[in-house]
Write a protein that binds this ligand. Structure first.
Ligand code: PLP
Length: 378
């Protein structure tokens, strides 16, 4: 991949899109092509096979189905396509992205059991078990692997076991862990996982996918068709017959994804996880040096997002901190927790612990600009 001219590098510490390589950026610059041409269909086919491999799926049992859109589109697809007529979905909800799936079910009038737990901890699995045993109308269970809103990593393997023991299909939003934390789809008891190109694989926004169990997709053929564009079986069937998306794919975004997958393979699953864990450790070190407190217990964090309590008092101004860092090439992000002022530092992208250390040099200056002495005293 030729990089004609290096592009200004920004370190994105927001929860996606993530910092990308120039080779991925330039992979989008390709001759115009009609996506119905064999040449493009072959690229799509290879990408789909690779997406199954990332989560170690057996290609005889699992397939990748892509849609044009950001991550929420694939949440929408799976929630609206996998609940049979007259049945319910149960959402194990301990954060903003599970809450979004509850909302999606609501928009489609799909009966939904919203099992809500505090966003600062893990879900109570006894409650999940009792709920599924008591209500045999529940046919699907959905949850989020890594709550990007807080940084909590959920025990999906255990939730999946409970779902399967009760005859439910298990849908997991792995949007912020896919390609970052090693996942073996079958061992994790997952029937459908999902992700989006701008997250862990470090591609461009515009294409999202599920890796799902073929047997369950086939079963969904006769489930209610609740959306025209966002129906899973329709898209699966089209891929099976024609080898491509039903409607126009985001051509250039798919080329970038193909390059991003190559770079993922070159780095290696374990090496990527370790690089990001180093970034995450550097985040904790930097926060301790400034004297800032985190919200979530370190033991239940996914090594990808840290939620930070804003310091007490009126000196703190998130926008000042943001703008100071932004002007120097670092993007930080507000929190997503109700009733507590927080902000987040996320390390999903093509970054290293050195980027994090450089960020903290800038962040310390920003705190001094706001009138703090470092370390901030309680
Ligand atoms: C990013 C993300 C999504 C999707 O968000 P979009 O803005 O639609 O891409 C969904 N779930 C999780 C856990 C995410 O991190």
């Amino acid at each position: 991949m030729e990089v004609v001219k290096p592009v200004k590098r920004n370190v994105l510490l927001n929860p996606g899109p993530a910092t990308t390589t120039d080779t991925v950026k330039y992979a989008q610059v390709v001759p115009d092509i009609c996506p119905r041409e064999e040449e493009f269909v072959a690229i799509m086919d290879e990408v789909r096979q690779d997406l199954v491999k990332v989560v170690h799926g057996n290609p005889e049992k699992y397939t990748a189905i892509l849609f044009t859109g950001s991550g929420t589109i694939i949440q929408d697809v799976l929630i609206n396509s996998l609940v049979p007529e007259g049945k319910k979905i149960c959402i194990v909800n301990n954060g903003a992205y599970s809450a979004r799936m509850v909302e999606i079910a609501g928009y489609y009038n799909i009966p939904c059991v919203n099992l809500e737990f505090p966003t600062t901890g893990l879900s109570d699995l006894d409650v999940v078990k009792q709920t599924l045993e008591a209500d045999k109308d529940i046919a699907a269970v959905a949850t989020v692997h890594h709550e990007t809103g807080t940084g909590v990593l959920n025990p999906v393997r255990k939730i999946g076991k409970i779902a399967h023991d009760n005859g439910c299909v298990f849908i997991v939003d792995t949007i912020s862990t896919y390609g970052l934390i090693p996942i073996n789809i079958e061992e994790e008891n997952i029937d459908f996982c999902m992700s989006s190109a701008q997250k862990g694989l470090c591609g461009m926004t515009g294409v999202s996918w599920t890796v799902g169990k073929i047997e369950e997709i086939e079963k969904s053929k006769d489930y209610p068709k609740r959306s025209y564009y966002c129906n899973l079986f329709m898209q699966y069937d089209f891929f099976k017959r024609v080898g491509e998306m039903h409607f126009t794919p985001p051509v250039q975004t798919v080329y970038a994804l193909s390059q991003a997958i190559k770079e993922y393979r070159e780095e290696g699953e374990q090496a990527r996880y370790e690089r990001l864990t180093q970034c995450w450790e550097a985040v904790h070190t930097g926060l301790e040096e400034i004297g800032l407190d985190t919200v979530i217990d370190k033991e239940i964090q996914g090594h990808l997002v840290v939620t930070i309590k804003a310091p007490q008092g009126d000196k703190f101004d998130f926008f000042k901190l943001h703008d100071y860092c932004y002007e120097r090439g670092f993007t930080i992000y507000p929190g997503k927790m109700f009733g507590l002022e927080t902000f987040r530092l996320c390390n999903l992208g093509q970054i290293t612990h050195t980027d994090i250390e450089n960020f903290f040099i800038v962040a310390k200056e920003a705190f001094k600009e706001m009138g703090y002495t470092i370390p901030i005293s309680a």
